[in-house]
Ligand binder design. Structure first.
Ligand code: ZN
Length: 433
């Protein structure tokens, strides 16, 4: 089923979320109107003084490329969204800019000693990471505006650093299928670098491996565990590790040395996730932080397929018993707001020129529509691979008379007259189901 829709009253006070069919009924009766298309927000025509709202929990699974969002009401998941970040694009562009600047400064200037202390403040985040924090903040703020959120739950760390404090020494035991087992697994993934310890394979399912085999008295203690791919695990069988690795003494000594050493706390700490949890406290009094081990345990024990929004739904204690009412998540991609560069650069950092030798002008601004707007329009006749008909698409380039969109991989230009309606004004994201 589709996502439930958000609902606000005449004065913008958030009300409980609605089943899409109920929302359609309200709209057909003229009691509500569309406030916003993506995600769908309904505005009621009256002020509602004493709304009887249920408690909604916003759940977040922050990742490096994708962040999953889910909204839970009771045990029902009523909203799912997956947000794609553009951290790598930002990082690439800043590296390019730094190169141009360095080139310009050093081309005709001798070396000069540094005159300022340019060290970074303590809580400094790289621009690509700050972007992640800021986009997540934007969405938290939006959800709080449209929905009476009472708590925010975040997957903050991969495994429980408190419970697993010095697991090799304190004697945490591995038990398959138990919550503790999932925490141990995440811990081992982090400790052994997410790869098969014997052959270095990374893109395969890793199994928990006993360095000293259980059949020879090896324990379930974390210090005796590592990760191996299926074939290495089978090959080793019940051999002693020194027999199995008799041909690779370097690897053997490295494994034996690393096994009893506890993972340093710092490696479990992810600065962006911490910053996100800290930021969330400004939006809700109740912010709960959970571990990735628990998320995975919840997801696997309920047989839910892996996706970013499903992971978000499974975060924390409240994710232990959920009903997934929504089958498809809203996919959102961060697109930025274009470039503000006055002079575009070519690949060598010099002003980019067009065929006539004139500088390429910055992004043109038209009042009727701008790139990133989502529009519904009519094509009167077939063009290239695109048939005539009505389409909804995101404007790629506005032109003096209309706009260009990409359909089936082809650029199609359209005049303003063919526009049926604006669906959504550009807000720096593209949306799809
Ligand atoms: Zn292997």
């Amino acid at each position: 089923m589709e996502n439930f829709v958000f609902q606000i009253d005449k004065n913008g006070v958030p009300l409980g979320m609605l089943h899409p069919a109920k929302a359609r009924k309200l709209q057909n009766k003229g009691k509500a109107a569309t406030f916003r298309q993506y995600p769908y927000v309904l505005i009621r025509s009256i002020a509602i003084t004493d709304p009887t709202n249920e408690a909604y929990i916003l759940k977040i699974d922050p990742g490096s490329k994708w962040t999953g969002f889910a909204i839970q009401c009771g045990s029902n998941i009523v909203f799912r969204m997956e947000l794609k970040h553009r951290g790598s694009i930002i990082s690439d562009e800043l590296t390019k800019r730094a190169g141009f600047r360095r080139g310009r400064r050093e081309r005709n200037t001798r070396y000069r000693k540094k005159r300022f202390d340019r060290s970074k403040p303590k809580d400094w985040l790289a621009p690509s990471l700050r972007h992640r924090l800021k986009t997540v903040e934007t969405w938290i703020a939006k959800f709080c505006r449209w929905c009476p959120i009472v708590a925010i739950e975040i997957e903050q760390v991969r495994f429980d650093t408190q419970k697993l404090d010095n697991p090799e020494i304190s004697g945490i035991e591995y038990q398959q299928g138990a919550l503790q087992g999932y925490e141990v697994r995440e811990y081992l993934l982090e400790k052994w670098g997410r790869q098969c310890v014997y052959c270095g394979a990374t893109d395969t399912r890793l199994e928990i491996e006993h360095i000293k085999p259980k059949s020879r008295g090896g324990s379930n203690r974390v210090g005796n565990l590592t990760l191996a791919c299926h074939s290495c695990n089978q090959k080793k069988g019940s051999q002693e590790v020194k027999d199995f690795l008799s041909g690779k003494p370097d690897l053997l000594s490295r494994i034996l040395k690393k096994a009893p050493q506890p993972l340093k706390d710092a490696s479990a700490v992810n600065s962006t996730r911490y910053a996100i949890a800290k930021m969330a406290k400004r939006y809700s009094d109740t912010v709960k932080c959970w571990t990735g081990g628990r998320t995975k345990f919840n997801r696997c024990s309920q047989g839910i397929e892996k996706s970013h929004s499903a992971d978000a739904a499974c975060v924390g204690e409240s994710g232990a018993n959920i009903r997934m009412l929504v089958t498809r998540a809203l996919l959102v991609e961060s697109k930025g707001h274009g470039s503000r560069q006055v002079r575009r650069c070519n690949s060598s950092g010099f002003p980019a020129l067009n065929k006539q030798g004139q500088p390429i002008k910055p992004k043109a601004v038209y009042t009727h529509c701008s790139s990133g707007d989502i529009v519904k329009f009519k094509l009167d006749k077939d063009r290239k691979a695109v048939k005539a008909g009505t389409y909804t698409a995101r404007v790629k380039t506005p032109t003096p008379k209309g706009f260009e969109v990409k359909l089936n991989g082809f650029r199609v230009s359209s005049a303003m007259e063919s526009l049926v309606r604006f669906v959504h004004r550009n807000d720096g994201y593209s949306y799809e189901f």
